[in-house]
Design a protein around this ligand. Structure first.
Ligand SMILES: [Zn+2]
Length: 691
């Protein structure tokens, strides 16, 4: 009780203060395979997943009395779902069900008959379908995405998902979270972490149960933010679960905490506010941010405001925006810190360490001594030329990061000069990370828009001078006015409407060849940095109409990792192909001319059956634009459409033959269309023998 009241006071949420005596929703198990608030590819997990032992058909109960508000058979994702309005104002939502209780199923079947569709959605009037506490409402299943499990959510009266444990539901958990790594990110151009301007990852040493330590002080300066990679374990199940609460203390005082009691539904897809999206992209793990670096209130953070959790070492905090973000100032010198990670039941682990606030200048002055003193000349006699370096640019909050790596050690730090739009020249002071690796930054401002020309001069140990050159188009996107980015070949343009970003963003639109086997542009384009939190969707435009005409089979696709290209609903406007997105994929243009594949039809062609089949089974799938709606396929038996239950994960459609069919010849007609209109039609006869 106290705990819940405390949480509510902090976050000021309007749901009822009473912890209810809710029932656990199923007899499948009291184990979780996923918990509330977990990071999914592009959203927060809004409920818990209950283990069903790779099986279907466990009973699902109403956790309290109320009425059935909605039932749905969705084509993808959530599968069969049930929404119950509880008498106390909250709502309960179940997904991936195999079937509903017969008294609900009856309405589904009526609606299926009425619409001729298998996928239906029904809404009921208040109290039209009352349920009592403990009443059987459905059975667990495997519909929609993922393996068999019960997905279970509780919403407050406003429809915001809340952690089921906060209202009295429980699992057995006596295991502490496990801490994997800590990351520290410089958040302004005046900051550094260990003399570098890129995020640094630290792996702590485990001292004992729940105790981790970082022995070496971490040198920092300016605005920095901590993030942590940790997961929770519960009794019995092997699954890695999300942790419930985090806190960061510096000099013995808590400066930031987060608790995943609930999140507003408006933040459902804003996972990049809470997770270090770049580390995630680079496969470094799921790091929860312990700071708020965007101009938005995050209600499960304390404090919730912009700047919360951000440390500002050695400098007076930088004011930004109208509601000026607030950070915590740290004097030069050493400051102990501690990060605590807990699960809901108070099992806690902590990592402690020290940050040492040191200006960059003192590190750079140390470096050349180390650099020369250790005799890293290492040159090969007679070889005069130093090969061109490996080079990377990265965009950070308000600066551009430069990284050069040479195949051989250099005797001196190279000179790096940037020319903006052919006239403004700036020198980038490079810092050696080793005799072969150099890093530097260039601060960006709203005028940093245009062609950045980099010239790097370096010399070999016998004084042979060489130069490396690179050019980069930098685009500025303002939160107020938006902006756009164009690829260097002029083919792709991405438009950020006003209000689509939380804070100023600098970036570029990169491209490279893509070797998808499908016919298309042959190149993919992506925004660098790939981790910009988007407040509103952006528009991706491809100027390819002069090659393809306004071909309806040509669409924009989003690529992520090694997954199939994802079809994006695209439209032509003046020979420019456009699509909207709120995800930063790698984008390309593909032409889908392949009709869907249809196979595995039962009964077999010309089969002679002794008894009428109770089921018709057909498998079909489409590889590019895909099948995403029931209206894209139809199975007819003797010209009469069958109700078809299609499972896209297994490419399997099952139609039930309810009425007994006569002996003699019957014809199955299967018609499947993809999303750009390619179609496959198959007619297949079978026979029922007379008795
Ligand atoms: Zn789930």
């Amino acid at each position: 009780m106290n705990r819940i009241r405390y949480v509510l006071l902090i976050f000021g949420i309007g749901f009822s203060l009473n912890a209810q005596n809710y029932l656990w929703p199923t007899d499948a198990s009291q184990y979780m395979t996923s918990t509330f608030g977990e990071s999914r590819s592009n959203h927060f997990h809004a409920g818990i997943d209950i283990k069903t032992w790779a099986r279907e058909g466990y009973r699902v109960f109403a956790i309290d009395s109320g009425w059935v508000e909605q039932v749905e058979i969705a084509f993808l994702g959530t599968g069969r779902t049930l929404l119950i309005q509880l008498a106390d104002g909250r709502k309960v939502y179940f997904a991936h069900l195999s079937k509903f209780a017969p008294w609900i199923q009856k309405y589904i079947e009526e609606e299926q008959k009425r619409t001729g569709r298998f996928c239906v959605k029904l809404q009921f009037e208040p109290w039209a379908l009352p349920v009592s506490k403990g009443q059987l409402v459905a059975y667990t299943g495997d519909t929609g995405a993922g393996p068999p499990h019960l997905h279970f959510e509780i919403w407050d009266s406003e429809g915001n998902p809340i952690h089921p444990f906060t209202v009295g539901l429980r699992i057995e958990d006596h295991v502490r979270p496990i801490i994997r790594a800590l990351a520290i990110t410089p958040l302004r151009h005046t900051a550094h972490v260990e003399g570098d301007f890129d995020t640094q990852i630290f792996t702590p040493m485990r001292l004992g149960p729940g105790k981790y330590i970082l022995k070496k002080p971490i040198k920092i300066w300016g605005e920095i933010g901590f993030s942590i990679s940790a997961f929770d374990k519960a009794d019995i199940v092997p699954h890695a679960l999300a942790c419930y609460a985090f806190s960061l203390s510096v000099d013995g005082k808590e400066i930031f905490s987060s608790k995943y009691d609930y999140f507003p539904k408006s933040l459902f897809r804003q996972i990049s506010l809470d997770r270090d999206e770049r580390l995630h992209w680079n496969h470094k793990g799921q790091f929860k941010k312990l700071y708020n670096d965007q101009n938005i209130e995050i209600p499960f953070y304390r404090p919730s405001r912009w700047g919360a959790g951000i440390l500002c070492g050695g400098m007076s905090p930088f004011e930004e925006g109208k509601e000026a973000k607030k950070t915590i100032a740290l004097e030069p010198g050493e400051h102990p810190f501690c990060i605590q990670v807990s699960d809901y039941f108070g099992n806690t682990s902590e990592v402690s360490g020290t940050v040492q606030v040191v200006p960059l200048a003192s590190l750079v002055n140390e470096n050349p001594i180390r650099f020369r003193g250790q005799g890293w000349t290492g040159g090969i006699p007679g070889k005069m030329e130093i090969p061109q370096p490996h080079f990377e640019n990265k965009f950070f909050s308000d600066y551009l990061y430069f990284y050069f790596r040479f195949a051989r050690p250099l005797p001196e730090v190279p000179q790096c000069e940037i020319t903006l739009n052919g006239w403004t020249q700036t020198e980038v002071a490079l810092i050696p990370k080793s005799p072969q690796e150099f890093v530097g930054i260039l601060p960006l401002d709203p005028g940093s828009n245009g062609n950045f020309f980099t010239t790097l001069s370096f010399s070999s140990e016998i004084g042979q001078e060489s130069t490396f050159r690179d050019t980069l188009m930098v685009y500025f996107i303002s939160p107020e006015y938006g902006g756009s980015m164009v690829s260097s070949d002029g083919i792709c343009r991405i438009v950020f409407p006003p209000g689509s970003v939380y804070r100023p963003v600098w970036g570029t639109l990169r491209s490279r060849a893509c070797n998808l086997r499908s016919p298309g542009l042959g190149k993919e384009y992506w925004i660098d940095p790939p981790d910009i939190p988007l407040k509103e969707p952006i528009t991706v435009c491809f100027d390819v109409g002069s090659y393809t005409g306004e071909n309806p089979k040509v669409s924009i696709y989003g690529i992520q990792g090694t997954q199939w290209p994802r079809f994006m609903e695209s439209r032509w406007e003046n020979h420019v192909l456009q699509a909207q997105t709120n995800r930063l994929f790698r984008f390309t243009v593909l032409m889908d001319t392949m009709p869907p594949r249809v196979w595995g039809i039962h009964p077999l062609r010309n089969a002679k059956l002794g008894n009428p089949p109770s089921q018709i089974r057909v498998r079909f799938a489409d590889s590019l634009s895909g099948i995403r709606e029931e209206s894209q396929y139809e199975i007819r038996l003797d010209e009469i459409p069958l109700l078809v239950d299609y499972n896209p994960e297994r490419s399997m459609a099952i139609g039930s033959v309810s009425e007994s069919i006569s002996s003699g010849k019957h014809v199955l007609k299967i018609c499947v269309k993809d999303r750009v209109g390619n179609q496959t039609q198959i007619e297949q006869p079978f026979f029922i023998l007379s008795k």
